[in-house]
Design a protein around this ligand. Structure first.
Ligand code: MLT
Length: 250
């Protein structure tokens, strides 16, 4: 059993992910926003690497069903219907829609995770379901990767904290003696130990959290720090993120 934490997708090799379950974390804000969108009834979210790619993907979809979303420097891309604020993705805006989305770091990390056995979209807002899915993967002997989106190819505190929270909760009885972890996982555990369960404190302490507050997105930081407000498990496969429904829910 192995748990690895990578603080950015930079330098990832396909062998780091092959055959493994990967939880992608961009708590501020892309993976939170995607979860909120699916909880609000969006049909799917299609991550795109660039504005141009988003436009190209959207062109091939039924115009009435599609919404373009995304940010650069945290602000909505001109001409796009939505930015990357979870507050914009309420049910009235997204129900039944396919959202083509491009963000600075989050959608890049998702795209980098393709090729894994399973790609789970993780955030505080769906934390319990992510834990459940990750635990099931470990029980089925799938090694686990927490892939942090990071910020502009560098370390981001909020994602490292989220990875540490997850790693801590997932450690089996017997702790680190029973599971192999990389140095990233050890460091993330230290960060989680520092902040405890205080998501908001960790998010507010991060450079990205501070920048969002300065840009007027203080409420977003708060919304992104709330645990289990949107109990949906988004899975990314075949270039689409959709809400996983357990078989008995149809
Ligand atoms: C990203 O993907 O870089 C972010 O989610 C940035 C943001 O809009 O806060």
């Amino acid at each position: 059993m192995k748990i690895d934490v990578f603080f950015t997708p930079v330098g990832l090799n396909p062998s780091d992910l092959a055959g493994r379950t990967v939880v992608v974390l961009d708590v501020l804000r892309a993976t939170t926003t995607i979860t909120v969108a699916l909880a609000g009834g969006a049909k799917a979210v299609l991550p795109a690497a660039s504005t141009e790619e988003a436009l190209r993907i959207a062109q091939n979809l039924e115009r009435d069903d599609v919404l373009l979303a995304g940010e650069r420097r945290a602000v909505r891309i001109p001409g796009f219907a939505l930015g990357n604020s979870p507050q914009e993705f309420a049910s009235e805006a997204v129900r039944g829609k396919t959202i083509v989305m491009t963000t600075t770091n989050g959608t890049q990390a998702l795209i980098a995770a393709q090729g894994a056995r399973e790609v789970v979209v993780g955030a505080a807002v769906n934390f319990a379901l992510v834990v459940q899915r990750a635990r099931a993967a470990l029980e089925q002997h799938s090694d686990l990767v927490m892939l942090c989106a990071g910020r502009e190819r560098q370390f981001a505190l909020e994602d490292a904290f989220a990875a540490g929270r997850l790693t801590k909760v997932l450690l089996p009885e017997g702790g680190l003696r029973r599971v192999e972890v990389n140095d990233g996982a050890l460091a993330s555990l230290e960060i989680a130990r520092h902040f405890g369960e205080r998501w908001l404190r960790a998010l507010r302490a991060s450079a990205h959290g501070r920048e969002l507050a300065e840009l007027g997105f203080r409420e977003d930081v708060k919304a992104c720090a709330e645990e289990n407000t949107h109990p949906v498990l988004p899975l990314y496969a075949d270039r689409r993120i959709t809400a996983h429904r357990p078989p008995n829910e149809g």
